[in-house]
Design a protein around this ligand. Sequence first.
Ligand code: IPM
Ligand code: MG
Length: 360
Amino acid sequence: MNLNILVLPGDGIGTEVTAEAVRVLEVVCQKWGHTLNLKDALLGGIAIHKTGTPFPAETEKLALEADAVLMGAVGLPEFDEWPPEKRPERGLLGIRKAMGVFANLRPVRSYKALLDSSPLKNHLVDGVDMIIVRELNGGIYYGTPRGIYTDGPEPRAVNTMAYTQSEIDRVTRMGFELARKRRKKLTSVDKSNVLETSQLWRRVVVEVAKDYPDVELDHLLVDNCAMQLVLNPKRFDVLVTENMFGDILSDEGAILAGSIGMLPSASIGAKKPNGAWTGLYEPVHGSAPDIAGQNKANPFGAIGSVAALLEYSFGLVEEAAAVNRATEAVLTSGRVTADLKPAGTPATTQQVGEAVCQAL
Ligand code: IPM
Ligand code: MG
């Protein structure tokens, strides 16, 4: 098979973890006889430095041409005071929208070898296996009007959370389809006791559920969900929610996996004529400027994103499973980065990547 992949290392530790993820991808392609065509482009802070904009037109063109896009992370401290529309993060929002990837799948699972890395009690964490499906193209991240207005008696800021029925419908179906292939349980998360967007959300979810009578559906308010995630995380199978709730809950979910460095993600949307998802794959963590350039970052989120890329964009289920098995083997061997290893000598980013390649 031909794999045409665009790589967007981005900023901070994004470049380091992506390098290891690409190494893993190269080993997989070698071993299974696939042809890998890699291209590189700019996104985020580095793109601002080199071109003046966080999402250059060239990057957009290459992303739309590629079979799949592998991204690192965006964000640099020198842009902290910049307005949202000029910041590195806007590049990420831009590419998510341009690619039409409306469903962001964030699997959260516990690994036996990492039970002690989570601050939660082992018995709560052991056996956790869920997928957070985060709506990715709508909601308060994109709604207008937005802005900081200084023309009144005092500064005033506005953001808008907006959803259409079809935006809710398509991401809900994604959640149900996933649940169908798993433990057949979908939890929809909203704030329908306060927000109109959530009232529409719940109404649409209930309507879509009629097409999935085999899947058990429940609803949770987002504040309660935040509590249930640490109180009883094993109750969750697939969780579907709007953009900002999903952003927040998935960082909380990372605690269950031992470190946010463990979480991969797959952003998928429309299907191509060959039935494959066009996808953007990125670890859930950010650019972590405080540890950038030190060969310390945990590359498993990026490596897990390669597994997701193989599975969702190319249907290479066997290869994806092999990457996940190699990950487990390395975790069990204890070669992990400092975020997972409070005591003893941690492995470097490169050593972890190398170990996964060897295990493959
Ligand atoms: C994430 C990140 C991004 C988001 C940032 C970097 C814009 O936090 O992918 O979870 O908020 O979506
Ligand atoms: Mg986030």
